[in-house]
Each structure stands twice: as C-alpha cells, then as structure tokens.
Write a protein that binds this ligand. Structure first.
Ligand code: UP5
Ligand code: MG
Length: 190
C-alpha cells in the first residue's frame, strides 16, 4: 500500500530516567507504537543468534552497538507496525547513530522528548530495579552514565539547535511526569 511516513518521536534521557515507563503510558493513551531500541537488542540476544553474542558483550560494557545492527532492528519493527505514530525509545545514542538513521531511514524525527534526570536519582532507580538486567550493576551503570554524557547529550544538543527537543523534568512520581508529557502532547499537532 501507500507508504505514508509515520510521525516519529525519539525519546531520550539517561539510563533509568524513565523512558520505558513513560513510553508505555504514551503508547496506551496516545496510540503510539512503542519501539524500544534496548528491548529490540535484548530480544536479539534472547534469540541466540551470533549477532546476539556481540550485542551482549557490548551491553555488558555499557557501550553502543554498531548503528547498522540497531537500525536494521528498528527498520524491521517499523515495517511490521501499521501505526501512524511511533515512539523510538533510547535511540539514537550518539551522533553516528543519528546520522546513520537519517541516511538509511531517510527522515528526521518530528519530535524529540528528553527526560532530564539527576544522576544520583538514575543510579538509585537502576540499582533497585531488580529485573535481572546484565547492565544494572554499579560498574556498568557508571559506564552507561559516561557514555550518555559524552555521546548522547550531543544528539540532544543537535536536535535542540533544530528546535525539536521538548525537555521534561524526570524527577517526581511517574504520574507527575506523565502529567507533563500530556501537557506537551496537548500543545502539539499530531
Ligand atoms: N522508575 C521509572 N520512573 C520512575 C519515577 N518517576 N520515580 C521512581 N522510579 C521510577 O525506569 C527505570 C527504573 O526506575 C524502573 O525500575 C522503573 O520502574 C523506575 P525505566 O522506565 O526503565 O527507565 P529507562 O530510561 O527506560 O531506563 P533504561 O535502563 O531502559 O535506560 P537505558 O537507556 O540505559 O537502557 P536501554 O535499554 O535503552 O539500553 C541498554 C543498553 O543497550 C545501552 O546501554 C547500550 O549498551 C545498548 N543500546 C545500544 O547500544 N543502542 C541503542 O540504540 C539502544 C541501546
Ligand atoms: Mg528503557
């Protein structure tokens, strides 16, 4: 059928800032498909593929998986959803990811949501998550925070300069933060 470009929102924020929690609510209340890059990568690990072994080694170290691997998973997930509105959670992690996405997918996001959270709060949340994630230990968390600051913040700055970033204070209860998200969605045309 006609390939109408969906509305794309990138959802960014540090590890444990609440991206996944808020995306789940946005998806159910506003009819977005929720594509979590991290979940797509973890599914690839679970599949037992050779690529999965490489991904696991990288995630354990808090480093960034090569763009071609992540974008291939995102592209397939986008193709298999009919949604007109898509949240891409936790991607792009670095400028190289961003440039590769824009080249391969051929489009920029319509909107970037940035959950702004203090580091000590993110560490506290990740250490109390208890869902068996191989990267929720203090050593890997420190590496994830460094990678976030040095490589992901430049992506936020790039989209800020293009007027696409809506920063949301990620301190507070999930309900309070979702209130701010709702305010944002009521202010934009979807
Ligand atoms: N929680 C949530 N909101 C709360 C609130 N307001 N108050 C108190 N607690 C709150 O939340 C984290 C925890 O905090 C949960 O227990 C939650 O209940 C609680 P969550 O919503 O899961 O936060 P989120 O920002 O999604 O945290 P996550 O750990 O998923 O963030 P990361 O960005 O670190 O993880 P992701 O899965 O995106 O990536 C993991 C790794 O995959 C990366 O480090 C990297 O190695 C790799 N990766 C790539 O290489 N490329 C990619 O494109 C994506 C990932
Ligand atoms: Mg997440």
């Amino acid at each position: 059928g006609d390939a109408v470009k969906p509305f794309i929102a990138f959802v960014l924020g540090g590890p444990g800032s609440g991206k996944g929690t808020q995306c789940a609510r946005i998806a159910s209340d506003f009819g977005f498909a929720h594509l979590s890059a991290g979940d797509l990568l973890r599914n690839e690990i679970s599949s037992g593929s050779e690529k999965g072994e490489l991904i696991l080694d990288i995630i354990k170290e808090g480093r960034i998986v090569p763009s071609d691997i992540t974008i291939d998973l995102i592209r397939k997930a986008m193709e298999s959803t009919n949604a007109k509105k898509v949240l891409i959670d936790g991607f792009p992690r670095c400028e190289e990811n961003r440039i590769a996405f824009e080249r391969i997918i051929g489009t920029e996001p319509d909107l970037v949501i940035f959950f702004d959270c203090p580091e000590d709060e993110m560490v506290k949340r990740l250490l109390s998550r208890n869902q068996g994630r191989v990267d929720d230990n203090i050593e890997t968390i420190k590496k994830r925070l460094k990678v976030f600051e040095s490589l992901n913040i430049p992506v936020v700055d790039y989209y800020s300069s293009r007027g696409k970033v809506h920063k949301i204070n990620a301190m507070g209860t999930p309900e309070e933060i979702f209130g701010a998200v709702c305010k944002l969605f009521s202010s934009i045309r979807l």
